[in-house]
Design a protein around this ligand. Structure first.
Ligand SMILES: Nc1ncnc2c1ncn2[C@@H]1O[C@H](COP(=O)(O)OP(=O)(O)OP(=O)(O)O)[C@@H](O)[C@H]1O
Ligand SMILES: [Mg+2]
Length: 364
């Protein structure tokens, strides 16, 4: 058996940032960023407002130049290539459709810029509209469309050039929740079908988790963790990531000792075992993290337990979200599927289980 035949071929890098820094006067918006985006992946830049997501996209698109470092697209340094000649296309949050043009002319417009003949232009525009299921709206003006339909037209206009990379800056930000969910599914399906690399920007972690192959979580101009959605969720690199992605209980704890690959800690008025040698010294004050859905009242298979009083219950349809006050005063959220079991009474004391592999420790 030839091993080279068995190995999956490594996806090629399509966008590379090498030591890219962006300064606006004295302010550093991006700090020595290294990033490789692979051919055909759905890649997301995620982070709070002002962390540098749009700045990163603008550099890739060529609307701005880096203060330092290098940007490569398909292996080629694009420093001296103007925006309109780069094999990328940007979709902005506000679509920016031309109000006086029909849908079809809007979509054909990028081809006009590239001096492609009228017949071919219209044919390609129609094909792009069909791709986003907007073929029957070709003759309308943008003002005669809903927000979601306008968004689809903006996408068709981006696809008509058959870009190698599509850059999308919060493209669903203006849509209401239901439409946003629908468009998320559609966008993802379209990306799979076309095999185009998507670089998607959002500050919505749920959106990022549900759509992306990989996510770069950013903070103040830097990538804090670059990982798959499950990697970010299950193996956050630090407390910032654990807190930003999903809901996390952060419980104050003190390290007692390390025993092989288990760390013994004191928290919630008791002693607990935590998987992994975290390298914290005895006596260190740390944060112990656990996801609400991993807290359990089933004591089988749990090494650890602690008592708490039920302080609050929230009914969220599929789930119950219960807040427990532990004996040391710390707060623990537990999430349970709404299986029709009796809801515990407020003020009731309960024993909660914490499996050692579900606990993580972070420095304070
Ligand atoms: N042209 C500019 N001049 C000066 N500062 C700028 C300029 N463009 C962006 N910045 C600053 O750089 C930082 C990053 O901005 P950026 O637009 O990339 O944030 P973002 O992550 O896209 O945020 P949001 O989620 O709010 O869109 C911000 O602090 C912003 O004020
Ligand atoms: Mg932005």
């Amino acid at each position: 058996m030839s091993p080279s035949l068995e190995e999956p071929s490594r996806p090629k890098a399509v966008v590379e940032l090498k030591g890219v820094e962006k300064r606006f006067a004295a302010f550093t918006a991006l700090r020595r960023m290294d990033l490789t985006i692979r051919e055909g992946e759905f890649f997301t830049l995620l982070g709070p407002s002002g962390c540098g997501k749009t700045t990163t996209l603008r550099l890739i698109a060529g609307f701005d130049l880096p203060s330092e470092g290098q940007i490569l697209i398909a292996g080629q340094d694009v420093s001296n290539i103007p925006a309109h000649l780069r094999p990328v296309h940007t979709v902005f949050q506000n679509y920016a459709l031309f109000p006086h043009m029909t849908v079809l002319d809007n979509v054909a417009f990028p081809l006009t810029v590239r001096r492609i003949g009228r017949a071919e232009r219209l044919e390609r525009a129609r094909a792009a509209l069909d791709l986003v299921q907007m073929g029957s709206f070709a003759a309308r003006k943008p003002s005669q469309l809903s927000g979601g339909q306008q968004q689809r037209v903006a996408l068709a206009r981006a696809l008509v050039n058959e870009p190698r990379v599509l850059l999308l800056d919060e493209p669903l930000g203006a849509l209401d929740l239901k439409l946003r969910k629908e468009m998320q599914a559609e966008l993802k399906a379209m990306q799979r079908r076309l095999g185009i690399t998507f670089v998607f920007v959002t500050h919505d972690q749920e959106e990022a988790l549900s759509m992306s192959d990989r996510i770069a979580l950013m903070k103040s101009g830097e990538i804090v963790q670059l990982d798959t959605p499950t990697g970010l969720y299950d193996r956050p690199a630090n407390a910032y990531v654990a807190d930003f992605i999903g809901e996390t209980n952060m419980i104050p704890a003190r390290v007692i000792s390390q025993e092989g690959d288990v760390t013994l800690v004191e928290a919630m008025g008791t002693r607990l075992r935590v998987s992994g040698n975290h390298g914290h010294v005895a006596g260190a004050e740390v944060q112990m993290a656990i996801r609400p859905e991993r807290v359990s009242d089933d004591m089988r298979e749990t090494e650890n337990s602690a008592e708490g009083v039920l302080a609050d219950v929230e009914f969220i349809g599929t789930d119950l979200r219960m807040v427990y006050r532990m004996t040391d005063g710390s707060r623990v959220v537990m999430r349970q599927q709404n299986s029709g079991r009796a809801v515990p009474q407020l003020g009731e004391t309960r024993r909660l289980g914490f499996r050692q592999q579900d606990l993580r420790l972070f420095g304070r």
